[in-house]
Design a protein around this ligand. Structure first.
Ligand SMILES: NC(=O)c1ccc[n+]([C@@H]2O[C@H](COP(=O)([O-])OP(=O)(O)OC[C@H]3O[C@@H](n4cnc5c(N)ncnc54)[C@H](OP(=O)(O)O)[C@@H]3O)[C@@H](O)[C@H]2O)c1
Length: 258
């Protein structure tokens, strides 16, 4: 699917991967609709300068059902061609140390908001017989590391949801793209050692710059890929965990201490 001239909605576009994808879409002359909890007016100017056909920013907290409802009441009539459900939160550490309030908010952002926004904008795409829903999952959906229990559960839900939707949408003109993302240098990536590092050796984790990942996402959109998987060692690790889960668990166990 082309990016140029299309209306692209991105959640969590003020920093990290969302911001890099917004910049990539601006360079490709998209109309941008940024759904940000933390508005960034300087970013809007930068996106216009980079070539965006238009840029609109909407302030919304996706961490509550009320926040998503309020956003949709105000802006639900937008005709969205590409919906990028990117906003996400990280939880982690030994399960019994994680606060349920934080888990609930993370699930709301990572899963419920993603499903609610998809549910809202899909019918318009189906009527227009064109559109793409891009959902942000993670290698954690398949590589089941200790300390990642609740975050991994959220990303596994995203992967399952998107797989089911992919099949339902065949022949409609609307498609899905599942991002099975590995390390990308963002605030979330930097938080992994803080949340997991006490009990899990994460010193071997590698990452790529957000700009490079945004270019990979661009190619996946243009080529209408169903799934974007990581390259290199992260890609090998993903295949290992998917095809030999017991051997993967043995290796992971060696890196874990209680
Ligand atoms: N970086 C990686 O290595 C990696 C790996 C796998 C998957 N991912 C996924 O990639 C996506 C983007 O993460 P990132 O790495 O770019 O991390 P990031 O820099 O921490 O960005 C997270 C984004 O989500 C937004 N967000 C969080 N809570 C929100 C809420 N309640 N309402 C609205 N927006 C909210 C943040 O906005 P605020 O600035 O307002 O907090 C921010 O824009 C996430 O879904 C993440 O799970 C990342």
């Amino acid at each position: 699917m082309e990016i140029s001239g299309h209306h692209v909605m991105i959640t969590g576009a003020n920093r990290g991967i969302g911001r890099a994808v917004a910049m990539m879409c601006a360079e490709n002359k998209a109309h941008l609709h940024l759904v940000n909890r933390t508005p960034d007016d300087e970013l809007l100017e930068a996106l216009k300068t980079a070539g965006a056909s238009s840029v609109t920013q909407y302030q919304a907290d996706l961490g509550t059902r009320a926040g998503v409802d309020a956003f949709l009441r105000a802006h639900g009539a937008l005709e969205v061609d590409i919906l990028f459900n990117n906003a996400g939160q990280l939880t982690g550490g030994l399960f019994e140390t994680q606060e349920f309030d934080e888990i609930e908010t993370m699930m709301q952002v990572n899963v419920n908001a993603l499903i609610q926004l998809s549910r809202h904008y899909l019918p318009g795409m189906l009527t227009r017989k064109t559109g793409k829903i891009i959902n942000h999952s993670s290698v954690a959906a398949y590589m089941h590391f200790p300390c990642a229990s609740t975050y991994a559960a959220s990303k596994a839900a995203v992967a399952a949801f998107t797989d089911c939707l992919h099949t339902e949408l065949k022949g409609t003109g609307v498609s899905t793209l599942l991002l099975i993302t590995a390390g990308v240098e963002t605030r979330m990536f930097k938080d992994i050692p803080k949340l997991y590092g006490k009990n899990l050796d994460v010193t071997w984790l590698t990452s790529i710059p957000p700009k490079k990942y945004a270019e990979m996402i661009k190619e996946a959109i243009l080529e209408d890929l169903d799934v974007l998987k990581p390259h290199g060692l992260s890609g090998l690790g993903l295949r290992f965990a998917q095809h030999l889960p017991e051997a993967f668990q043995k290796i992971v166990t060696k890196r874990f201490t209680r």
